[in-house]
Ligand binder design. Sequence first.
Ligand code: GAP
Length: 458
Amino acid sequence: MAEPSAAMVDMAKLVSLCQRRGFIFPSSEIYGGLSSCWDYGPLGVELKQNVKRAWWRAVVQERDDIVGLDASILMHPRTWEASGHLEGFTDPLVECKSCHLRWRADEVKGDKCPSCGGELTEPQLFNLMFKTFIGPVEEQASIVYLRPETAQGMFVNFENVVNTTRKRLPFGMAQIGKAFRNEITTGNFIFRCREFEQMEIEFFVKPDSAKQWFDHWVEERSNWYKKLGIKKENLRLREHSKEELAHYAKECYDIDYLFPMGWAELEGIANRGDFDLVQHAKFSGKSLSYYDEEAKEHITPYIIEPSAGVDRSCLAFLCDAYDEDVADGEARVLLHLHPDLAPIKVAILPLSRKETLAPLSKEIYADLRRSFMTQYDDAQSIGRRYRRQDEIGTPFCVTVDFQSLEDNQVTIRERDSLRQIRVPIAELKKTLQAKLEGEDLFVLPPGGKIWKEGKASK
Ligand code: GAP
């Protein structure tokens, strides 16, 4: 990892916000937590689902050359022999002879234990896959592994998908799911977890078009992050050197993000060549070739694999969205989350808790929540309530005031610009829908008016 950026959010502040507001908690916290495992709270689960939905929409719903898959986490153990994980998915570890802590050999400077200064053992290879047993007998023959990547589920289903969908090359499969790695170096919040989620595409192409599709995916995936609000100066592409390439890869680029601890991988895009289909054909005894009707011959497709992490994406979106400014003379913390990612889209805030405002406010709330994730909040001053919504990234607040009872209008306030418009309640849902899809706030519906030109300062 490279130099940390001073301009970026302090990780400690972000972790604190995530815990305080219910985005992310340490796993099994009441027992002291479980290292590198995390629970997504009420807002975190919304953010995570929104990230997954945005990805699925971009790669499955809006394309006609990719289909979805949801393969099981436990797979036949031969899968991991064929994939090379049993032999090669290892980190070299050294162990301290005094305190018995283990370290990744390449991360220890010198030959002493970084914790107690004790003598270290020679490096030994440590497999990162979690083992468990299938069935009631715990014996060698019943060992299975928690998958360390979702990819293999797609390779072993190549024939099923070709036969059932009649897809022709080039086409892909997309899958979102849990993966598990017994990581040695952990930390940096949800950046490196032992249980995490991946969003992977396996895109099957004719070998002579692999380069063209590789370039397509590098561009497509970089644009996805930018479209969802990541600042382009916080993204970079990094090509893997020959020594760094995974055993299956012919070429690989990382999309790196400038995390608070420095540049680090957000997503990897690899040209896996024909490695996976050849290996699974060899180990399963099934032919996994494809009949190319144009060339009138059987070929083994090459695979281009854009492989992203859900948790790492959530972390990047949160880091990029985090901001502090001054609004109406008061300091505030806010998340500039893209509306598609914001956990709550709209908050209904009656100006006062007085009985008279409740029926209309609740009626609006009941109507809007059928279309958007909506929150109702009538506790404390309106300023405090705006701050609470800003801090969780809610793009729009709707204020119901006493005048609303007379003119059937409410105020919409925008999180980032602090601008406000007044709109008829009858136009509210349609207006919010348009704003959430990116229309400028000051494009007014019939009967609407500009209410307040807002401005925040740093
Ligand atoms: N199938 C290829 C593959 O798994 P990878 O680079 O090992 O490639 C792909 O992983 C992505 O999965 C990474 O870019 C990262 O976003 C995510 N990822 C990998 N290990 C992770 C971990 N321990 N915690 C969180 N995310 C992880």
